[in-house]
Design a protein around this ligand. Sequence first.
Ligand code: ADP
Ligand code: MG
Length: 459
Amino acid sequence: MATLATQDISDSFISDEEMLAEPCGWSRLFSLGSAFNTFDLQNDVYTFGRGANCDVKFDESSKHFQAYSKVHFQIYREKTSVGTHVFLEDRSTNGTFINSEKVGKGNKQVLNNNDEIALSFKYNKVYLYNDLQNTDNDLPKVVTEKYTVTKLLGKGACGEVKLCFSKGTCKKFAMKIIPKKKFSINDRVQINDPSRIMIEAKILKSVNHPCIIEVEEIIDTPENLFIVLELVEGGELFDRISSIGQLKEENAKLFFYQMATAVKYLHDLGITHRDLKPENILLFTNEEDTLIKLTDFGLSKFFDAGSMLKTFCGTPTYVAPEVLFSAGHGTYTEAIDSWSLGVILFVCLVGYPPFSEERKDMKLTEQILGGHYTFPKQYWSHISPEAIDLVRKLMTVNPSVRITLKETLEHPWFNDDAVLKKAYTLMHPNINGNCISMTPISRKRKAIEEEEKAIKKSR
Ligand code: ADP
Ligand code: MG
């Protein structure tokens, strides 16, 4: 197997401007890292690394360039009597990872469609392997003309969310695919009304907030609705909490401030989220201090029965007592979001939910309806009284006295310049956070509100 000189494959590199809509080769490597190019594999063997003799030589501006080996890995295609297989061979000192699993120097691994390749560190994802055979099978032309749809990112009640790349620029997005026909939730059949889904999707498109997922485009077909969303790469808040047990109070405050700001923004527009839970709160990056992005909001407004049904089939951990009381058939106010946020804050702070099916003396629904939760010393002693007070005010059973989002943002727990400044900088990266560092908190908050008003106006 001969290796090729770098210039021999330069034709298969595709710059952002000239990215071909149609691939030319047997597989495509989509770039996941900024210093890596998307390109099509046409020959049988490719070597990748820092060394000048590699077929694909890594860019010196690449963040971890020094951690790469001269020949880091090799991809080759082998035709046998049982078919053609594609292998990745790890030749590096620091390791090549396929879907976060280290292959290990001298070892090889079969590459499958949608495998993610990372170099030296498992989070340093640089390529997504697309075998060009499996993709886009069931998707309509209006979608495949514009996007290459690849691996599954997540599943929810309404459908699937997949990673996709726009043809032409290879920019990454998340694509939410919502079937319009009958779909079942836990064996119960539900019919989605297409016109209502569409109205809702348009509402989604009209909102604009740094802590709310941005909608790039909506593609409407008779069978499905495809919502192309801004991609976030830090996973669900739920997984972050599960992996580390609980958040530090300061980190919980940073996240919660953003959640409250975003939900208040929705409430000001007359939109109630209705399905706030850690699975619907996504993290922008893997860093500890990161932007949060609310997703899946408002959809539930038109999925009323569906979303409530889902909630009732699952555990109603985040559902407000008044919703539970009328078994999902009543009319509610935006106060139901305050309750859910209270439960989320509880979970963020201590890593376990306030209500439990394991409790012997009281059924779960009874616990929620009566607001029977406690703050046992062994878990809560290190948590500030202000945080506990805010949880109590949010998780108040009577919705008419429950704290609103506006009041939440004014709660003493947020008298914390350092956290507010961090949140501001994350939410408004182009505006210098220092310009507000010396102003009192109330003025700072006003500045944020005014800016949000300006954003709203400009839409
Ligand atoms: P559903 O309405 O069906 O619950 P969601 O919008 O909550 O759908 O998406 C389901 C899951 O897909 C999320 O919990 C998340 O893991 C993943 N996901 C959704 N949107 C994105 C996105 N923009 N970027 C990355 N992953 C996403
Ligand atoms: Mg969801």
